[in-house]
Design a protein around this ligand. Structure first.
Ligand code: UDP
Length: 328
C-alpha cells in the first residue's frame, strides 16, 4: 500500500511526507516544483515531477505504485493572487482536482485526504467556527477549495470512494527535527515575516491594523503547528482505511493569538527588539478566525502535541537560519 502525496515537495505536503515516512508508510510524490523544492523530498521517496492534473501521469502512477490513498496538497494558495487570476485558481485548484478525483475513482483508489482551508468559511460573523458554520467564501481561493469539497462529497455519494477534507487554520512552525519548514519566497505569513525581521532579513515589519474589535486591536488567529497538522492527516488515513465515513474536520487548536502577541513572542524567543510599524488594515482580513476543532479529535482520534506558540516561533526562527545557510 502506497500513499500518493501531491504537492509533497511543498511546505505542508512535505511535512506530510515526513510524517508518513516516520510512520513506516510507502510514499510517492507528484509535484511540479512550481513552489516546492526537490530537496524537500526525503531520500527513498520517489519524486515524479509533473502536474497532478495530468490524467495519464496520475493514472500510470496509481497503477504502478499500488496506491491505496491520495493525500492532495498541491494548490495555488495566495488569496490576493486568486483575486487577480481567478480562472488560474479554478483551473488548478478545482478543474485539475476534478481530474485527480476521476483518476482515483477509475483506478479504484478509495481513500482521499484533501487539504482544505478555513477560507471556505469567509465572513462568518460568528467565532469560533465549527464545521457546520455556513460557508461563505469571499475569495476565488476559498471558492476553488470549496468546490473541490463539493466534488468529493458528490463522488463519495456516487462511487465506492471515501474522503476526509481538513480545513486548516493558520499553519505555522517547522519540523521539530529541522528537516523542513516554510520555504516559499512569496510567503506572507505573520510568523515567517516576524522571524525574518528578527534575523535582520527585513529592516522592519508592519502590523496591518490595530483598530479591530479584539483584546488589543489586532487580528486574532488560531496558529497550528505544521507537524501536528500532518499528524491529523495520518489519523485521517488510518480512519479511512478502517472504513470511516467521509467527513470534513477543522484543524486548529481552538484558541488564538493576536498579531501583537505573536510579535511579542518572536521578540522574546529571538532576543531581538526589532522595529514594528502600524500600517492600515489589509483588505479582506477578518478580525478573528479561531477553530472549534473537537470533531478531528473525536472522529479521527487526533491528539495535537505541539500547541505552544514559543516552540512554533523557535522552529520558524531555526528554519529561517537553515534557509540562510542553504543560500535561500
Ligand atoms: N499580518 C501582519 N503583518 C504581516 C503579516 C501578517 O499584521 O507582516 C497579520 C495579517 O493582517 C493577519 C494576521 O497577521 O491579521 C495573519 O496573517 P497571515 O498572512 O499569517 O495569515 P492569514 O490569517 O491571512 O491566512
Amino acid at each position: 500500500m502506497t500513499v500518493l502525496v501531491t504537492g509533497g515537495a511543498g511546505y505542508i505536503g512535505g511535512h506530510m511526507v515526513l510524517a508518513l515516512v516516520d510512520a513506516g508508510e510507502k510514499v510517492v510524490v507528484i509535484d511540479n516544483l512550481s513552489t516546492g523544492y526537490a530537496w524537500a523530498v526525503p531520500e527513498g521517496v520517489e519524486l515524479i515531477v509533473g502536474d497532478f492534473g495530468d490524467a495519464d501521469l496520475v493514472g500510470q502512477t496509481l497503477a504502478t505504485h499500488g496506491v491505496d490513498a491520495i493525500a492532495h496538497f498541491a494548490a495555488k494558495i495566495v488569496v490576493p493572487e486568486s483575486l487577480a487570476d481567478p480562472l488560474g485558481y479554478y483551473l488548478n485548484n478545482t478543474s485539475n482536482a476534478r481530474t485527480l478525483i476521476e483518476c482515483a475513482v477509475k483506478a479504484k483508489v478509495k481513500h482521499f485526504i484533501f487539504s482544505s482551508t478555513a477560507a471556505v468559511y469567509g465572513e462568518t460573523g460568528s467565532q469560533p467556527v465549527t464545521e457546520t458554520t455556513p460557508l461563505n467564501p469571499i475569495s476565488p481561493y476559498g471558492r476553488s477549495k470549496l468546490m473541490t469539497e463539493w466534488m468529493l462529497e458528490d463522488a463519495a455519494r456516487a462511487y465506492d470512494f471515501r474522503y476526509v477534507a481538513l480545513r486548516y487554520f493558520n499553519v505555522a512552525g517547522a519540523d521539530p527535527q529541522g528537516r523542513l519548514g516554510q520555504t516559499s519566497k512569496l510567503a506572507t505569513h505573520l510568523i515567517k515575516i516576524g522571524a525574518q525581521t528578527a534575523l535582520g532579513r527585513r529592516p522592519s515589519m508592519s502590523i496591518y491594523g490595530q483598530d479591530y474589535p479584539t483584546r488589543d486591536g489586532t487580528c486574532e488567529r488560531d496558529y497550528i503547528q505544521v507537524t501536528d497538522l500532518a499528524e491529523a492527516h495520518l489519523d485521517a488515513l488510518r480512519y479511512l482505511r478502517n472504513g470511516g465515513a467521509s467527513t470534513v474536520c477543522n484543524c486548529g487548536y481552538g484558541h488564538g493569538a493576536t498579531v501583537k502577541e505573536v510579535i511579542d513572542v518572536v521578540k522574546k524567543v529571538s532576543g531581538v527588539d526589532f522595529e514594528v510599524e502600524i500600517a492600515p488594515r489589509r483588505p479582506g482580513d477578518p478580525a478573528v478566525i479561531v477553530a472549534r476543532a473537537e470533531r478531528a479529535r473525536e472522529v479521527l482520534g487526533w491528539t495535537p502535541k505541539r500547541d505552544n506558540l514559543e516552540e512554533i516561533v523557535a522552529q520558524a526562527l531555526d528554519w529561517e537560519r537553515r534557509l540562510h545557510n542553504k543560500g535561500l
